[in-house]
Design a protein around this ligand. Structure first.
Ligand code: TYD
Ligand code: MG
Length: 453
């Protein structure tokens, strides 16, 4: 590598300075300076131009991680030279997952090097024993200095793991451990080596509670795949999600369960998500969403209560708060449901985040169910996008959603009338088709038995 020196760059406008400044003289932003390594390269070899037809076919032979939920989220397995960033909060199970990958690799006769800067080899061994893993064929390197890591990683390895990027150090960059410049340069060096050698590489990156962007976010552009590992405190469910993937679909979802003996794959996530659903509770509705390539049943809970505040709360977990506000406004305006003086809380259970408008009608039904304190039938699923005029709009892939609902024992579906007619053919589920939100209250539908007032 050419000799390197440090300079500072404003993240906002790109202004460069030999020293770090509190305030950028160019754009006046405060605290916007990060280190940037300026490489001084004296001579350049000319780049090699290729005719595209001469480029060998990139037949992406996939390497299995031996964990099928992980393979699926990756788009079918690892790709030679592919760099995957696995990020998540401390304690979610990143190290556990990749140690299980290491054991799987060893069993397939592949050599995986687990580079740990977080834990000592003894701690890694302890974890492996707790996981009941076969220790033979597992290799660990406890190291944080990037040059030493690169030297070791150049050996004959099939898969590389770095746990974690926050511990990597480049001696030339001094003591700024964990600084943005350090993080970026160190990760880039390891990633380049993986690319050069055509070896798949996992980088583990911590994110803090506040979703601190100083870590993994900085690296998203330099890796091929970004996975987020999420879970709620004190809950065993872990959801692995692809956020960016050069080699596969994004928003693919893998579901795991943290047990006393490591992470287990959850083959039937809908059942798990619904396992704790209260019976006959107002405000609880199930909706089939499509996550990645598969349908998934999730429970939406709403709680509507009198607000002491001038500006009532619209608080959500797993749903977009502005979407919930919009749906509340539709209910207020089109159904005359008094919500302006109520706090509204909406939770999606199981740690799933809904991103599809297909859950609109379920959110609306949950809010209404809580408002009236009337539980909806336990065997009902609700789906449909709600427009600003209160109209119910189509959702895609209705057949798959209904099949999943039936598989889990749901017998009724309320949703967009036209689409239900098409989707429901030969399916044994009762269709409650509607065209407008106000119809969920219609006596013919029989969902809300309201006293006349
Ligand atoms: P870990 O993989 O160390 O998390 P990360 O690397 O993301 O920081 O997981 C740590 C947590 O998982 C810790 O709270 C203990 C728990 N755990 C289990 O419940 N079962 C197990 O078999 C293992 C190894 C850990
Ligand atoms: Mg860890």
């Amino acid at each position: 590598m050419a000799k390197a020196k440090v300079r500072y760059i404003c993240r906002q406008c790109g202004y460069k300075s030999p020293v770090s400044l509190g305030r950028c003289p160019n754009c006046d932003t405060w605290d916007s300076f990060s280190e940037e390594m300026a490489e001084i390269v004296s001579t350049h070899a000319p780049g090699k131009v290729l005719a595209l037809s001469q480029v060998p076919k990139g037949d992406t032979q996939r390497i299995t991680t031996s964990i099928s939920e992980l393979d699926r989220v990756l788009g079918g397995g690892l790709v030679p030279g592919g760099v995957t960033l696995l990020s998540g909060e401390p304690g979610v199970g990143k190290s556990t997952l990749l140690l299980q990958v290491a054991a799987g690799a060893a069993q397939m006769g592949k050599k995986l090097l687990y580079i740990t800067g977080e834990e000592s080899p003894a701690q890694v061994r302890m974890r492996a024993e707790r996981l009941n893993l076969d220790l033979s064929g597992l290799f660990v390197l406890a190291e944080t200095q990037v040059p030493s890591i690169l030297e070791a990683a150049r050996g004959d390895w099939d898969i590389l793991v770095v746990d974690s990027i926050q511990t990597l150090k480049i001696p030339e960059l001094g003591n700024s451990l964990g600084s943005p410049g350090q993080l970026r340069e160190a990760s880039a060096l390891v990633a380049n080596l993986a690319k050069e050698k055509g070896v798949p590489l996992f980088l583990i990156g911590h994110i803090t509670k506040e979703g601190n962007i100083a870590g993994p976010k900085l690296l998203e552009h330099l890796v091929d795949t970004v996975l987020y590992f999420e879970g709620e405190k004190d809950r065993p469910i872990r959801v692995l999600r692809s956020f960016k993937n050069r080699f596969g679909p994004v928003n693919e979802l893998g579901v795991f369960e943290m047990t006393g003996a490591g992470l287990g794959e959850v083959k039937n996530p809908s059942a798990l998500f619904l396992a704790e659903r209260p019976f006959g509770a107002a405000g609880s509705i199930v909706t089939p969403v499509i996550e990645g390539r598969r349908p998934l049943l999730i429970e939406i809970q709403a709680l509507v209560s009198h607000s002491p505040l001038a500006m009532p709360r619209r608080q959500t977990l797993g749903a977009d708060p502005s979407r919930v506000s919009l749906l509340a406004a539709v209910l207020e305006k089109k159904v005359r449901l008094k919500l302006f003086d109520r706090d509204i809380f909406v939770n999606v259970t199981g740690g799933v985040k809904i991103s599809e408008p297909s859950a609109d009608l379920a959110i609306v039904a949950a809010i209404a169910s809580s408002w009236f304190e009337i539980p909806l039938p336990q065997d009902l699923v609700v789906l449909g996008e709600v427009g600003l005029a209160g109209e119910i709009r189509r959702v895609g892939r209705i057949k798959e959603r209904l099949r999943e609902a039936q598989r889990l024992g749901f017998n009724q579906v309320c949703g967009p009338e036209m689409e239900l007619k098409e989707g429901i053919e030969k399916q044994k589920i009762k269709a409650l088709g509607i065209r407008h939100v106000k119809e969920i209250f219609s006596p013919e539908l029989g969902l809300f038995k309201l006293d006349k007032d």
